[in-house]
Each structure stands twice: as C-alpha cells, then as structure tokens.
Design a protein around this ligand. Structure first.
Ligand code: OAD
Length: 259
C-alpha cells in the first residue's frame, strides 16, 4: 500500500507493509520461530539471485560450474568462478532483512535460522547460529579427506591441494551432492517443531529446502512467505507478504516489539 501525504505542494511517499492481524496474533504467542531464507534475502545487498531475469543460471551453466563433474573436468574454471563470487560477497554488506532476522533470535523463546545461501551474510549481520544447507562460500575443504581450510586461495600460486594430496574445493553443495547430514536433520527437526515458520526470498523450487515449509505446514505451523513475487508455495501459506525482505522483515520486527 502506498500512502501519500502532502503539504505546500510537496508530496512524500511512504511504502507501508501491511501485516495481517492473524500474523500479528501468531507472533505474540509463538514459541519456536523458524526462518528459512534463499537468495532473495541477499538481493538487496547486491548478491545476484539464481533464477529470474538476471539470475546467475540464465548466464552460467550449473553443470559446468556447480557440479563435481564440472570441477573434475575443469577445476581452473570452477575456481575462477568461485573466487569471483567470493569477491562479490566480501564487498557487499548485510541489508535490513539480514539484520531483522538476526534480531528475531532475541525476541522469541526459541528461534532457528536455516539458509540455502552460501554468502555468509547472516553471520555477518549477527545471527549466532545458521543451518547452512548448501555450505558456505568462505570455506574450503579437501575433496578426499574433508579437512577444512579457511585460508585465502591464491590461484596464481596454482590450484590448491591438501597436505594429503587431494584437491581442495569450495565448501558448498553442488548439484547432485548430498547436503550436510547434521545440518539437514536439524533443519527438518526445526520445521517439524516450529509453530511459526517464515520462508523468505526463495523460489521454493530446489529440494530438499523447498520441503521445509511443507513439513512445517503439515506439522501445524503457521507459515508466512516473504517474496517480491508468488512462488509454488504461495497458495499454501497462511500469509503472503509481498515485498522486499529488507522492507517487510523490519516491519515484522516492529510488530514483534508491539509498535
Ligand atoms: P532463486 O534465485 O531461485 O530465487 C530467489 C527468490 O527470491 C525468487 O523467488 C525471487 O522472487 C525472490 N526475491 C528476489 N529479490 C527479493 C527481495 N528483495 N526480497 C524477497 N524476495 C526476493 O534462489 P533460491 O530459491 O535461493 O543452490 O535458489 C535455491 C538454490 O538454487 C540455491 O541455493 C542454489 C541454486 O541453484 C545451489 O547452488 C546448490
């Protein structure tokens, strides 16, 4: 809803995010709140999303850049792409959506944050624990022995290798790979246990992440979707808050604080 108020010939426009009463009521009584985010939550920070008009997968081939076969075929290309994405995420800042989510963990008896994003922006915004379903682009690990490496990669020094001789790769989940078991199990448990579940900035197309709001629904949670446009989940949720997460979520915080 856009409100305009004017005086002496000048007009100021305020974008108001309307929070339905039923959600305001659920917020007041919620015991375990779960937020599950996708690329859209970082869009306002300047991190490209994957699908849609300017989505990464419109210009790049996921088979080449985000699969183990692609990495084995051409590790130089995959590393160059990840170094490029690392540069992007290191140069951007968390946005009001990330900060609102970080604040939420102090406002409910129990809170769980799940993300498909690998950009580390939730941690940088102050979230203390993030179930990172698809890994974290700031970390690396050995393909053979799984040893983690935090050091910066310098491709000019050659492709990185582990002390065991194995190839080092970014610690992200590629297509066709298993998600980290402990993280996925914790995400499923949280979805089953939630009484209020927010699905934020995801196209709700990629499994198993897309099943989390469905599990929450089946377990009786009130599910809220925050997105700039409808998704396959929209018809099933209790409330669809259409708008940018950086605008909608700070408004949700105001409601939680009773303002
Ligand atoms: P997508 O790119 O598929 O979807 C991004 C969603 O964010 C879309 O539904 C947009 O409408 C929405 N969106 C864009 N800007 C927004 C904003 N400012 N506020 C709220 N919503 C906004 O990204 P994901 O659903 O995260 O996996 O994609 C899931 C997975 O597919 C990714 O983790 C990645 C990708 O392939 C791997 O790389 C394994």
């Amino acid at each position: 809803m856009v409100l305009a108020c004017g005086g002496s010939g000048s007009y100021f426009y305020f974008m108001m995010v309307e929070i339905p009463q039923i959600l305001a009521d659920k917020i007041k009584t919620a015991q375990h709140v779960v937020v599950s985010t996708g690329a859209g939550v970082s869009a306002e920070s300047g991190v490209p999303t994957f699908r849609g008009e300017d989505g990464i997968w419109k210009k790049m081939n996921p088979e080449e850049l985000a699969s183990i076969d692609g990495f084995m075929r051409n590790p130089d290309l995959v590393w160059e792409w990840y170094q490029h994405r690392r540069k992007i995420v290191s140069e951007v800042q968390p946005n009001p959506g990330h900060f609102a989510i970080a604040e939420m963990e102090n406002l409910f008896p129990r809170f769980t944050l799940i993300t498909q994003n690998v950009d580390n922006l939730h941690y940088r915004a102050g979230s203390s624990e993030v179930l990172e379903l698809h890994g974290n682009i700031t970390r690396n690990k050995c393909l053979d022995c799984n040893t983690f490496y935090d050091e910066e990669i310098d491709l000019e020094a050659g492709l990185p290798t582990c002390s065991c001789g194995g190839r080092i790769r970014p610690d992200v989940v590629w297509f066709g790979e298993m998600l980290p078991t402990r993280v996925l199990e914790a995400a499923f448990r949280a979805a089953e246990d939630a009484d209020l579940f927010f699905t934020v900035g995801t196209s709700a197309l990629i499994q198993p992440a897309a099943s989390l709001p469905q599990i929450a629904l089946r377990s009786g949670a009130f599910v809220v979707e925050v997105n700039i446009e409808p998704t396959p989940m929209t018809g099933h949720v209790g409330a669809f808050l259409q708008g940018k997460s950086g605008e909608v979520l700070p408004r949700v915080i105001e409601i939680i604080r009773g303002q």
